[in-house]
Design a protein around this ligand. Structure first.
Ligand code: NCD
Length: 307
């Protein structure tokens, strides 16, 4: 079998074809099957990874950090608060400073779309996008797809409904591309003001209610209201949104063959009823566990199989 090659970056979900997606899932499964907490993998031995998080993050940052450690990388962690960015240093100078420490791989999160591409341009090093503005979050979509593959075994005819604040969601963008590329069917459910306004770039059908979404879908991917990226006036109130779009325990448990996913952070009481988190078909913690192995797979494949 020919070795599958990867670009030396993952800026967007568009960077991965179906063959590469399956190679990532196979590699992640290999790491799941062979994981031994007492013995690290050597895939990133001798490689310094900079985790450059210019925007807050809990699970994505911890997940990449653990993934890099399990592959024996050396790690530099950078967060904007407490750095010279607050003293007026520019983003480009900050990157040049980090790069002068001989970094081979960047994992980047930034409020602005396009910063991962900028880092690739400025440094020529392997760059992974860990979320850039409203644009893309490809590794989140990969771990979501891996979680669905584990549960349903195949993507053919799999029906996935993405629900909530789609307009501001980089997770929705990345998921639509990747899940469709794998063969899944996508529909959307959101208030009209939280869908891309003048055109629906994905040409995805929209559903009208939570009941319709549950009836149609094999999986729900639910998103929080991303207020930090939202103009005012898009919603009458949070409680109004919750009244019409919250996945309630009563509605969700009407159907057996369905799973619930959410990239986190969850605002329980708004988009999800807390009681749902205790159900076996709520896969939120599975997503987090898979996230580490999927990120190990992406880092290993990009470091060792780049074109
Ligand atoms: C998401 C993000 O930051 O884009 N969370 C994550 O990475 N797990 C989703 C969000 O912020 O709502």
């Amino acid at each position: 079998m020919n070795k599958i090659l990867f670009k030396p970056y993952l800026h967007s979900s568009e960077d991965l074809n179906r063959e590469q997606l399956n190679a990532i899932f196979d590699k992640a499964q290999y790491f799941i099957d062979n994981y031994n907490p007492k013995e690290k993998f050597q895939d990133l031995a001798g490689i310094t990874v900079a985790l450059a998080f210019f925007e807050p993050s809990t699970r994505t940052k911890l997940s990449f950090e653990l993934a890099a450690k399990r592959l024996s990388a050396d790690i530099l962690t950078f967060t904007s608060s407490g750095s010279s960015l607050v003293k007026g240093e520019s983003l480009v100078d900050t990157i040049r400073t980090i790069d002068a420490m001989q970094v081979q791989m960047y994992v980047v999160r930034n409020v602005y779309a396009g910063v991962p591409q900028l880092i690739t341009q400025k440094t020529g090093k392997i760059t992974l996008n860990a979320g850039d503005g409203k644009h893309e979050h490809p590794t989140q979509a990969l771990l979501d797809a891996m979680t669905l593959k584990q549960h349903y075994k195949t993507f053919e005819n799999l029906k996935v409904c993405i629900i909530g604040d789609i307009l501001h969601s980089r997770v929705a963008r990345s998921n639509i591309t990747i899940l469709r590329r794998l063969g899944a069917e996508i529909k959307l459910l959101a208030p009209g003001t939280l869908l891309p306004r003048y055109l629906n770039p994905w040409d995805a059908e929209t559903l009208n209610s939570v009941d319709d979404a549950i009836e149609w879908a094999d999986a729900l991917i639910v998103l929080r209201l991303q207020k930090e990226r939202m103009d005012s006036g898009l919603l009458p109130s949070t409680s109004e949104f919750a009244k019409f779009y919250q996945i309630t325990y009563e509605k969700f448990t009407k159907k057996d063959r369905i799973v619930l996913m959410h990239p986190g952070p969850v605002n329980y009481g708004v988009e999800l009823d807390y009681k749902l988190s205790e159900l076996d078909n709520c896969l939120i913690n599975k997503q987090v566990t898979n996230g580490v192995f999927v990120r190990m797979a992406v880092m290993s494949l990009l470091a060792n199989s780049s074109e």
